[in-house]
Design a protein. Structure first.
Length: 112
């Protein structure tokens, strides 16, 4: 059995400048945990595969396509491939989100 302590995982390089740590990486899927400090956000982007998000902690704003919604802990958000999406932490607390991409992307994410 393989186990990971997320706080001990190295930071993954990313163009957003936020704390991203890999949780799972196989030929079939890719998963990360993003920790947003207050005021942090992602660059709006498009992924070449389906993504779902699960809010682990806090409250934030998620944007998928032309919809924008405030979401909080224990919420799952579906983000279909090729649809622009983004996250914003407009709260005073930490926002942690599990990101699951399936199948594992072979193409690049397109920043907008």
């Amino acid at each position: 059995m393989k186990t990971l302590k997320m706080s001990e995982q190295p930071l993954a390089k990313n163009p957003h400048g936020v704390d991203v740590r890999r949780a799972y990486d196989s030929k079939h899927a890719l998963s990360s945990v993003i920790t947003f400090q207050p005021g942090e956000k992602l660059i709006r982007h498009i992924t070449p595969v389906d993504v779902f998000f699960y809010v682990l902690e806090g409250e934030g704003v998620v944007e998928v396509g032309d919809e924008k919604k405030i979401v909080s802990k224990d919420t799952v958000i579906d983000s279909p491939k090729d649809i622009p999406h983004c996250w914003y932490n407009e709260s005073d607390g930490i926002l942690r989100v599990l990101v699951v991409k399936a199948p594992r992307p072979t193409g690049k994410t397109k920043l907008l």
